[in-house]
Design a binder for this molecule. Sequence first.
Ligand code: GLU
Length: 550
Amino acid sequence: MDYKELANLIFPNVKDSSYYEEKYPERNLKEGAMVVRFAPSPTGFVHIGGIFTSVICSKVAKQTDGVFILRIEDTDQKREVENGVTGIIDALKKFDLKPDEGMIDETNSFGDYGPYKQSQRKEIYQSFAKKLIEEKKAYPCFCKQEDLDNMRKKQEDAKLRPGYYGAWATCRNLGLDEIERRIKNGEEYIIRFKSPGNPEKKIKHHDVIKGNIDFPENDQDIVIIKSDGLPTYHFAHVVDDHLMRTTHVIRGDEWLSSLPIHIQLFQALGVKIPKYAHIAPIMKEENGAKRKLSKRKDPEAAVEYYSKEGIPADAAKEYLLNIANSNFEQWRRQNKTASIDEFELQLNKMSVSGALFDMIKLLDISKAVISRYSKEQVYEMADTWAKEYDKELQNLLEENKEYSLKILGIERGNEKPRKDIAKWSDLKDNIEYMYDNRFLNNKIDYVYQNINDQEEINKILKEYIENKFDISDDKQTWFNKIKDVAEKFGYAREVKEYKQNPENYKGHVGDVSTVIRIALTGRANTPDMYEIMQVLGKDSVNARLNKAIS
Ligand code: GLU
């Protein structure tokens, strides 16, 4: 028997690898187009780091007229959960990240380089494993777990590197006759790669993010096909990224240390090595130390967190771009209303050591993002969110859509739009007081500030409502009237006057308008009070101020 016959004995029914080379030809894309993929395992948990990787993949693909692939890596079937693929697809949809090729549900995909789920590509991997066996670059290994455990023990005792390499790789040197006999005897085996590496020698690698790195060559005869016939991550990665014609492997830097293996495998198959960009994980600061954002400890690590809180996808994406490229912030300052699609992301400007996750910053960005939405957009997004997470808010918004739109339109669409909403879960509290059927029927806890004597307050409110308030006033006239009220009761018309001679006044116009604001809304902080009154209308303003008086 020769190696070709051995390969046939092991994989009798697979097509020749040349078949796949032809089926998945080089892509016909313009110069510089990047073909990238997000390749998660369907473990049931989508980490925000996965969205980070996808944002980056989708961005560079779009920027270069390239291709963004969604590939599902389900070769470790122990870790798989039911509907895990759907979970990933839904998460990408929520963030409006649209792959150009890849899985569309648990079993189906679209694109010419599929299937895009590794368990559906078994034959393809076997075809390439067969080629390696024919070329004496891979071999069957019959070692049992027990043998491997014994070997490891001996290595530990002798203080040697653990693993299946060199003289320890016992099945590497089995004769063809013995192999044939054991296979025909029905012994279980796996396929290992015969590593040509020498760890005394170094390989040089240039990573797009990490820069130049030296590694010792790999000499481990790693498993490429497991006993269930499926490939290991290493082999699947190399075969898939070759056949999908990936130009840039963008992945988590936990894979960086496996790179010498991957480079060897590409070389053994005689195919082009893609570029690599290893992304550092998103970090979190805790007690002054940095650690990875953790699925167990940090709710914001899960993508559901963003949906539940009602943080718009645009805001989360903008935040992720912010931590991806530090020049994003400056770009945003110079392009206040531009779509993030216009920002040019650069992989080589990404952080080598991992950006810090900062919720306050994220919410600030979210406020700015929401401030750029029209009132109709706010209405639609908030209502969609409320339908799923907050029925009361949904009722509030839908009872009188026209009125709700007016509320949402306050200080919006102008040069300096309101920035008081960071997430849809804040919205109810932010607008509830504007609805008379809630405000007038509820007991309001008025917490007055500088002026807090109820009699004084009543005098101010009565004077305002009986002698001054007129819904048809323009803003200037409206404010002058509040100044009149202030003056009448001994408060300065202007803050400046008050500051110059505080002893002459009980306070200033700001104190008076705060009284009116709190009486009107039950709160000290609101958007523009003139606009609020315009939206509430004459009767509501009257009723509200009278409620505060009584
Ligand atoms: N399935 C691997 C993971 O989830 C993919 C790594 C890669 O992108 O190659 O970490």
